[in-house]
Design a binder for this molecule. Sequence first.
Ligand code: UD1
Ligand code: CA
Length: 458
Amino acid sequence: MPRPTIAALILAAGKGTRMYSDKPKVLQTILGEPMLRHVYNALAPRFGSQPFTVVGHGAGLVADAFPDMSERFVLQEEQLGTGHALQVAWSAIVSAGADYCLVINGDTPLVSPEALDRLLDQTGCCDIAFMTITPRDPAGFGRVVRDEDRRVSAIVEARDFSVAQHGPATGEVNAGIYLLRVASVGPLLDRLGNRNNSGEYYITDLVGLAVDHGLAVEGVQCGDDVSLMGINSPRELIHAEAAMRRRIVEAHIDAGVLVHNPETVIIGPGVVIDPGAEIFGHCEIYGASKVAAGARLGSYTHITDSAFAAGSVVREFCHIESAEVGRDAVVGPFARLRPGTVLGAGSKVGNFVEVKKSILGEGAKASHLTYLGDAEVGPGANIGAGTITCNYDGKNKFTTVIGPGAFIGSNTALVAPVTVGRDALVGAGSTITKDVPDEGGAIARAKQMNISRRLKKS
Ligand code: UD1
Ligand code: CA
């Protein structure tokens, strides 16, 4: 028999009322990545870029954040509940031709591919399988009700649960991750109603309906697995973020990364760090950053989407975004690298230097108090303290080219577009508006005049 095929569906249309934010809940970030990205990551090993996503509240914003996934977005215009979300997506799932559908709440970002595998193992045995947990505080979750033979008979939402009607609560609750056999569940969808204390269509009512129809239902017990907790409030988000932060930092340490003061280090899930890199506490590294073996990242440094080659050193208190730091280059302390910065091997960007969309050649140096924007700095050039590239005339940006081996004296304004030639020298305090030839010298400042002063004699 051919192996059954499985589609995946993420429910992500809800507003997230309890986050008190205009942002759709699934765009709230955990370690710098939207919650929904974490769910896609968990699904990626089995489903690649194929999952369907039900979106609704802030659908445009979610599509903007995930252009690569939005082809498989299904719009739930009015959010009438998780059961309604499934109804809206059902035709897409059926036309995908899958035998089963994995449905996962978009607010369960900690879930691991391994945990999902436990549920997917139920393929072939059940009409409906779902994951259950026994958290310390089961308050807001759907309660799993079992009969005297411990077989699942229903999920009852917290707001609809009463001991008189459903028996004593066991602490076992629904994690919001389901495996549905498409042929069995399809006929039940029309039977979902909204006569409950929320006035919503619940996906969880499918469980009771399936039992009533004699279908095979399994609650896969996952105990007190915090990675299956849903996120509904800032408090829950912070808990999840803390748990994931620990998990990621520990994994890097186990792999051979030297992390000093690890309780204070934050590393995003997409960051790649080679064993042998060294990271000092109170450091935050996000996005698609890459750190090579032998690179050192200092304390109080905030990094996004940047790459650090072997032997590069970032000293304390730097802010670095979409930059490349070459072999043995030194940055900081107190430096800011903005998008498009490329630092060549052995180059140096020192304190209170801002670099934007600029390339520093091998061994070039800007050691103090400088702004380099839209600049090309040749190998071995030396940029004196207080040099400013004046790259913006109020309307357009222009390029400054500084040749190999050039020496720019302190407190120089380079008014772009302008080129300073190879091995050229610019005198301190100059305002350079014209190109300086190769090996030439330029000085452009008012001549000093010494004047006599009449000092009052008392
Ligand atoms: C849901 C489950 C509950 C379970 C808990 C686990 C239901 C009715 N209840 O409760 O049994 O214990 O998850 O965390 O499903 N959504 C839509 N469209 C809607 C409504 C919600 O797409 O119309 C999405 C939300 O964006 C969210 C997910 O479905 O990602 C779950 O919705 P939420 O309101 O958070 O459900 P819970 O009350 O947490
Ligand atoms: Ca939830």
